[in-house]
Design a protein around this ligand. Structure first.
Ligand SMILES: Cc1ncc(COP(=O)(O)O)c(C=O)c1O
Length: 428
């Protein structure tokens, strides 16, 4: 069978048997991937600036992860964390207790980000006995029903499913560019006043279980929250006995130049939700909170068949070891600054480029709303023609986001950035 026939056969089966509900960004057939590169079934080599949507923090198929996965699968693949303890899960829980901020030392494992978000909402409701949740406009928290209910990055994610979960209220997200007419210095006070307005008009704070925020907004457009706002949000939550949840599904494990984005503000949330780069590709999510809080969650009130899968936990441990031993968190911070400076120099001033911004290796190139709907898909298409995979985000799809592996090789990075700049310049 020729390589072309093989590709056509796989595409044919996919079109026939995979649900079309999932947005299909490309119809490439992937044969293998290594580091920041992948190869199609036809042998074409591409550079990957998506990393499985910020998952492969140490690149595709890192030897350390492959070895850990192999070793654990030979011992056993699944058992069920409620039927016994095993080393990979408890060592990972201990590791997370060590690297997460403050008093967060106890973990519940799930299989994905959305599932962990749902668990965090259940934890907050069970422990406080309160019904309300406050989230932020523009935020994305996942596709499960609970996560969908608090997501407000696009009405397309909610359409068809309303009414979802009651008692969810959305406040404006604290980033200047998101708030028309609000001066940069007034953003924190303005957003806090909008939460107060929710308390005054919609739900008494004594009925709010949790406030949930992405410390840097991901899917909604790559906007960092003002650290000052997060500090005041911590105080406000304490004042009313509300639990503060940070969704670090996309920002965790060095993506923003710190192990966790919470470290930029020095704020420790009550509950930290992790997934994506936690395990570098094996399905895993985590709800991390203090022992005291977890002990208030009635036993049996939550559970999971696969959560804390031994192979996923072994992969996560290997992944975190590489991040730490190869100083990749520091690299994320420094490399991010270099890339943003380069892109500003090459793109600022081009018609239609609104802003190049970044925090660590969470880098966004935002285009003017007037041209984004036509220009961004073209840029993505041109990038593919140049053998580069990129992805966008934002309510109007206006921001190209770069999610490079933290250990991307210098030459691959250079080639990828040149291809990106060409794709943008050829389009604008
Ligand atoms: C901030 C954030 N929270 C939650 C999720 C949901 O994670 P998952 O797709 O693993 O359910 C995502 C996924 O993009 C995310 O970016």
């Amino acid at each position: 069978m020729t390589l072309q026939n093989k590709t056509a056969e796989i595409q044919g089966k996919a079109r026939k048997h995979l649900s079309p509900v999932m947005t299909r960004v490309t119809e490439m057939v992937i044969d293998r991937a290594k580091g920041a590169r992948f190869w199609t079934a036809e042998g074409e080599e591409y550079i990957d600036f998506v990393s499985g949507v910020a998952v492969n923090a140490i690149g595709h198929a890192h030897e350390a992860m492959v070895a850990a996965i192999q070793k654990q699968s030979e011992a056993f693949i699944h058992f069920g964390l409620n039927y016994g303890y095993y080393e990979s899960a408890v060592n990972l829980a201990e590791k997370l207790a060590e690297i997460t901020p403050g008093n967060l030392d106890t973990v519940f494992f799930s299989n994905s980000g959305g599932e962990a978000i749902d668990g965090a909402i259940k934890l907050a409701k069970a422990v406080t006995g309160r019904p309300g949740i406050i989230a932020f406009e523009g935020s994305f928290h996942g596709r499960t029903m609970g996560a969908t209910a608090i997501t407000a990055s696009s009405s397309k994610y909610r359409k068809f499913y309303e009414p979802i979960l009651g008692e969810v209220y959305h406040a404006p997200y604290p980033y200047p560019g998101q708030l028309k007419g609000v001066n940069e210095n007034e953003v924190t006070e303005y957003c806090l006043s909008q939460i107060q307005k929710i308390f005054d008009l919609r739900i008494d704070p004594s009925r709010v279980a949790a406030i949930i925020i992405e410390p840097v907004m991901g899917e909604g457009g790559y906007f960092p929250a003002q650290p000052e706002f997060l500090k005041k949000l911590r105080k406000l939550s304490d004042q009313h006995g509300i639990l503060l949840i940070f969704d670090e599904v996309q920002t965790g494990f060095g993506r923003t130049g710190k192990m966790f984005a919470a470290e930029h503000s020095g704020v420790t949330p009550d509950i930290l939700v992790l997934a994506k780069a936690l395990s570098g590709g094996m399905p895993l999510g985590a709800i991390v909170a203090s022992r005291e809080l977890h002990e208030k969650w009635p036993a049996g009130g939550h559970g999971s068949t696969f959560g804390g899968n031994p192979v996923s936990c072994a992969a996560a441990l290997a992944n975190i070891k590489v991040l730490q031993e190869e100083n990749l968190i520091e690299r994320s911070s420094k490399l991010g600054e270099t890339i943003v400076a380069r892109l500003k120099a090459s793109l600022n001033g081009l018609r239609g480029v609104k802003e190049v911004r970044g925090i660590g290796l969470m880098i966004g190139i935002e285009f003017e709303a007037s041209i984004a709907p036509s220009a961004v898909p073209l840029i993505k298409q041109k990038a593919l023609e140049h053998k580069l995979l990129i992805m966008n985000c934002g309510v109007y799809g206006q921001t190209i986001r770069l999610m490079l592996p933290l250990n991307i090789e210098e030459d691959v990075l250079e080639q990828g950035l040149s291809r990106l700049e060409s794709a943008i310049k050829e389009t604008l």
